[in-house]
Design a protein around this ligand. Structure first.
Ligand code: CS2
Length: 487
């Protein structure tokens, strides 16, 4: 705790020194990261820093925020160094991360971002722009050509979107006779390498078919599976960090001890940091790892987020501390998710889900159900709907996942079980709310099942009976009651 006698500015004691970067020789810049949020700073950036410490290389990172200047403004006065706080059940460990060399805000200075991405020393562009940042349609995986940013980026050399920056920078490299950079997506998307390659090629084709052909031939878009639970930081945690470390850091990150990164080893000219030296699994095919993680972790995260939120639980740890939800999540794994999976070679899937439960239960990680509930329209297909479809085609009942989708439907309806408004954050929030408001009772579920950006026609037909039945139980019994009835 911060001693009360200290004076405080923005909640931080002012007589503590500010985090500053040690005066050591810096590696050259080799990577640009689009979407400099907490996740990358607590995951990919740490691996890259460790890989350089282990094997050298000029892989310093310039971070780019696509929207808000907040991270740049917080990090610039501390020369882009920051503290990573590892929070386990046994306590907190702090380390200073020193791998970000600069930070740009693309809306302020897009030309500078493009110039950097077209610089020959940059050989990899990593991304964590969240699902919606790829401007694709979740039900088909194709670029959303009606997206306002994509319409803009197809016409203007100064882009707004992540796909726009990738395409315009690759075009500049081609004009300059340079090799392309590797595009390394670190977002939780289905077959993320193929997906980002697809949206980049589609946008490039709208601009210049010759460019699209060059990218298709020369570009590399390795798939990845990323895993570490990194909740949004609260102001109180910034204060706690200061009292733990003895210095003020305006932008620390908090993460759990666990981490995993599986990467398809397919980089332009084979150029990459020595990731294998620091525990990254380099493979030919990421698909089974990615499916296991997206369905076992993210699928149950979303299920717990919607139903847990409706039942009044603030965090995932609170939700699984409720025995009804603890049974529910274990049943999801055992009866609905694992039977529909082909796990990676040699994986012990039961040990994996047991470890997952312990990670959820970690009381030191305050991961809000509301945070995970964000952007459900972009998350449901790869997290839950694929499993539901597979269970449908093999005739396996999936009452727990049906209830999770019903929970999402109730959630995007915008009113909780006590009659209070829910602050729904989703690119389709307004439209989803309108659909829900247009109907009464279980017809709300039918309306939402007809949203084609999320559910294909086949999926709607297949899932309608189960999801409507679950929705009715949810409305009758409430979230906790409906979950309890299943277990
Ligand atoms: C979470 C993920 O916010 C969410 O939707 O499910 O961020 C999750 O914590 C990570 O994928 C864990 O690796």
């Amino acid at each position: 705790m911060v001693p009360c006698s200290m004076s405080m500015v923005d909640g931080l004691p002012t007589n503590l020194p500010r985090l500053s970067r040690p005066n050591t020789p810096r590696p050259g810049v080799g990577m640009v990261h689009l979407g400099l949020g907490a996740f990358f700073r607590a995951h990919g950036a740490l691996y890259v820093a460790e890989a350089m410490a282990a094997s050298g290389g000029d892989w310093g990172i310039v971070g780019v925020s696509l929207q808000s200047p907040a991270t740049r403004d917080a990090l610039a006065p501390q020369s882009f160094a920051y503290t990573a706080l590892e929070r386990g059940p046994e306590g907190t460990r702090a380390q200073v991360v020193n791998v970000i060399e600069d930070c740009l805000v693309s809306r302020e200075n897009p030309e500078r971002v493009l110039a950097l991405m077209s610089d020959p020393k940059v050989r990899i562009v990593t991304l964590t722009v969240t699902e919606k940042g790829y401007c694709y349609e979740p039900s088909t995986g194709h670029l959303n050509v009606d997206h306002p940013d994509i319409i803009h980026d197809s016409r203007s050399a100064v882009p707004y979107s992540a796909p726009g920056f990738l395409v315009r920078a690759l075009a500049a490299r081609r004009r300059a006779g340079l090799r392309p950079f590797t595009v390394l997506t670190c977002d939780n998307l289905p077959e993320n390498g193929r997906l980002v390659r697809g949206v980049v090629l589609q946008l490039a084709r709208m601009i210049d078919p010759g460019l699209a052909d060059w990218i298709a031939l020369e570009g590399r878009f390795p798939a990845t599976m990323v895993d570490r639970i990194v909740p949004a930081i609260k102001p109180k945690e910034i204060e706690d960090a200061a009292s733990l470390t003895g210095y003020r850091d305006a932008a620390p990150v908090v993460h759990e001890p666990f981490r995993q990164w599986v990467v398809e080893d397919d980089f332009v000219d084979g150029l990459r940091p020595d990731l294998g030296a620091v525990g990254v699994t380099l493979v030919d095919d990421v698909t089974p790892y990615e499916q296991m993680k997206l369905r076992c972790l993210n699928g149950t995260h979303s299920a717990l987020a919607y139903l847990g939120y409706l039942a009044g639980h603030e965090t995932i740890a609170d939700t699984v501390a409720d025995p009804v939800f603890a049974r529910y999540v274990n049943q999801l794994w055992t009866h609905e998710i694992i039977p529909a999976l082909t796990p990676p070679p040699g994986a012990d899937i039961l040990a994996y889900t047991e470890a997952l439960f312990a990670r959820y239960a970690n009381p030191a990680i305050q991961h809000r159900t509301w945070q995970i509930a964000m952007d459900g329209s972009q998350k449901l297909p790869q997290r839950i709907l694929g499993t539901l479809w597979q269970n449908y085609t093999t005739g396996r009942p999936a009452p727990g996942l049906n209830l999770a989708v019903a929970g999402w439907m109730r959630y995007v309806g915008g009113i909780d079980e006590t009659g209070h408004p829910i602050q729904v954050k989703d690119p389709l929030a307004v439209y989803l709310r309108e659909q829900s408001d247009l109907a009464v009772g279980v017809d709300k579920a039918r309306r939402l099942l007809a949203v084609r950006e999320i559910f294909s026609e086949d999926l709607t037909r297949a899932l309608e009976p189960g999801i409507c039945a679950a929705y009715e139980r949810l409305m009758t019994l409430g979230a906790r009651g409906a979950v309890e009835e299943l277990s």
